[in-house]
Design a protein around this ligand. Structure first.
Ligand SMILES: Cc1cc2nc3c(=O)[nH]c(=O)nc-3n(C[C@H](O)[C@H](O)[C@H](O)COP(=O)(O)OP(=O)(O)OC[C@H]3O[C@@H](n4cnc5c(N)ncnc54)[C@H](O)[C@@H]3O)c2cc1C
Length: 467
């Protein structure tokens, strides 16, 4: 058989074969625990590079956070598990096909969809979800060429969490500050040419209820290119801190320090606007204004409290949370945006579906930090390992045969060595820009570097397949 695949085990000598879908933190932590428990694991990802939101979500100016990849990679880097990139489960390979090859399938596909505001004008050009903007500056292959409009002096970010702060900070950074990050060259060029001067962060609750972490908040005040103004309707001054937790107290302390310091003459300004909610996005062909209303709390619920400012802006970024998309073959809870499960076992009509599991954001919703997925993945893995002895043996327990079929269907999968080649090339590009790495975002360019070389092919470059 003409094939360029490495020989993969059939897994018959171990406790069972498991396909993990998603090579983000949840998928890779689950893989680690499964491998440690004796399972044979293949990890599939629709992207041609691993690490999910660690690579495509964590802010480019947070390089230390990304070093968690050195931990996450261990099962694939050591050969204990097999990484199979650029394969989308659901289109390139179906769940039914996987179930013929594996005892169990674990979905760890995250929550890729931005939640909607459901306000008039939300669909106007210039109104985008944080996922799209973050994906663009992180070099996500799906967002190549989707540069946001940065030709207006106003931008609005809607949200009260760390993602909103990431977005505001990235929009405020100077090209000099971004030069040493891993943003793709095209992104650096767009951000360097940005005309944005005022970045308004709309937060519908008060300063002590914001979900920011103090470390992220503090960074806003340390930007070389931007000053921060807190618009709090006077709340900061009289908030009683005695009932607040440490995080809230630290946040208030940071903001109080900012209000006490003299304004700096910086090119950009970040406005934290508390008790404000967007009610309409205005603009004919593209966004021109964001209409806000004041808010207040009534028994811990946010209620309208009269007209707010109308902000001139060409970009409005929703950073109000994420949800999963329904997955073919799996039940779905449209209210929580997750797959119903019990400790990771997929529940269909309240009963566990044998051999089907979930982990990470898809399992518990888009909350928690990267490390939260470790215990979460281990929990799912322990359920899988407990079930494996009882699960029926798959009829075709052979990864090589599966990969061969993928290849014959024109699916250009990538392997771990391909990732290592891409990694080296990105680091080389980084060294030319004074950065640790510069990301390559274009899928075809990635595949040109990461694809395992074919040993034999026909004139079209496709493998010789014997039907
Ligand atoms: C913008 C942003 C910034 C963040 N920054 C931080 C931070 O600084 N620190 C921190 O601790 N946490 C941070 N987080 C949270 C952290 O990223 C998440 O906790 C974590 O990534 C969730 O892991 P996951 O594996 O469930 O999902 P993901 O990381 O989203 O991984 C899911 C993977 O599944 C793949 N996939 C999806 N569908 C398919 C399919 N059909 N077939 C095959 N593969 C598929 C995706 O390509 C992806 O690789 C951030 C989150 C966001 C959104």
């Amino acid at each position: 058989m003409a094939t360029n695949h490495h020989a993969h085990g059939t897994g018959t000598d171990r406790v069972g074969r498991v396909a993990v879908i998603g090579a983000g933190p949840a998928g890779l932590y689950t893989t680690r625990a499964l491998v440690d428990g004796g399972a044979t694991v293949d990890v599939f990802d629709r992207l041609p590079a691993p690490f999910g939101l660690v690579r495509y979500g964590v802010a480019p100016d947070h390089p230390r956070m990304k070093t968690v990849a050195t931990v996450l990679q261990s099962p694939c880097a050591t050969g204990a598990a097999t990484y199979i990139g650029n394969v989308e489960v659901g289109s390139d390979v179906t769940l039914d096909q996987l179930r013929r090859s594996y005892h169990a399938v674990v979905y760890a596909t995250g929550c890729p969809r931005d939640r909607a505001l459901r306000i008039p004008g939300e669909g106007v050009a210039g109104s985008i979800g944080a996922g799209r903007l973050v994906g663009w500056y992180c070099g996500h292959p799906d967002n190549v060429g989707h540069a946001p409009p940065l030709d207006h002096d106003g931008a609005v970010v809607i949200g009260a969490g760390n993602v909103a702060l990431d977005v505001a900070r990235m929009l405020a950074r100077s090209s000099g500050e971004l030069q040493g990050t891993d943003v793709p060259d095209a992104v650096l060029k767009s951000l360097a040419a940005s005309r944005v001067q005022d970045i308004h962060v709309l937060i519908r609750r008060g300063p002590h209820e914001a979900k920011f972490t103090p470390a992220e908040l503090r960074q806003l005040g340390e930007l070389g290119n931007a000053d921060v103004t807190v618009h709090d309707d006077g709340v900061l001054a009289y908030t009683d801190v005695s009932d607040l937790d440490l995080r809230q107290r630290q946040n208030l302390q940071i903001m109080r320090e900012w209000t006490a310091r003299a304004p700096r003459a910086t090119r950009r300004r970040i406005h934290l606007r508390f008790f404000r909610s967007p009610v309409e996005l205005r603009g004919h062909q593209r966004l021109r204004q964001v209409v806000t209303e004041r808010t207040r709390l009534e028994l811990d619920r946010v209620v309208p409290a009269g007209r707010g400012e109308t902000i001139s802006a060409g970009l409005a970024v929703r950073a109000i949370g994420y949800q999963a998309d329904p997955i073919e073959g799996l039940p779905f809870d449209h209210i929580t945006g997750t797959v119903p499960n019990e400790a990771g076992r997929v529940l269909r009509d309240g009963a566990p579906e044998p051999g089907l599991y979930v982990a990470g954001w898809l399992k518990r919703g888009p909350t928690g930090v990267i490390g939260t997925n470790k215990a979460d993945g281990a929990r799912t893995a322990s359920e899988v390992l407990a079930d494996l002895p009882r699960l029926p043996a798959p009829p075709q327990p052979d990864t090589d045969a599966l990969l061969y079929r993928l290849e014959c269907n024109g699916v250009r999968y990538t392997d771990w060595n391909g990732w290592l080649r891409l990694n080296v090339e990105e680091q080389r590009l980084g060294s030319c820009r004074g950065a640790d790495r510069v990301k390559i975002a274009e899928r075809q360019r990635i595949l040109g570097i990461a694809r395992p070389p074919l040993t034999r092919s026909n004139d079209n470059g496709a493998p010789l397949c014997i039907s």
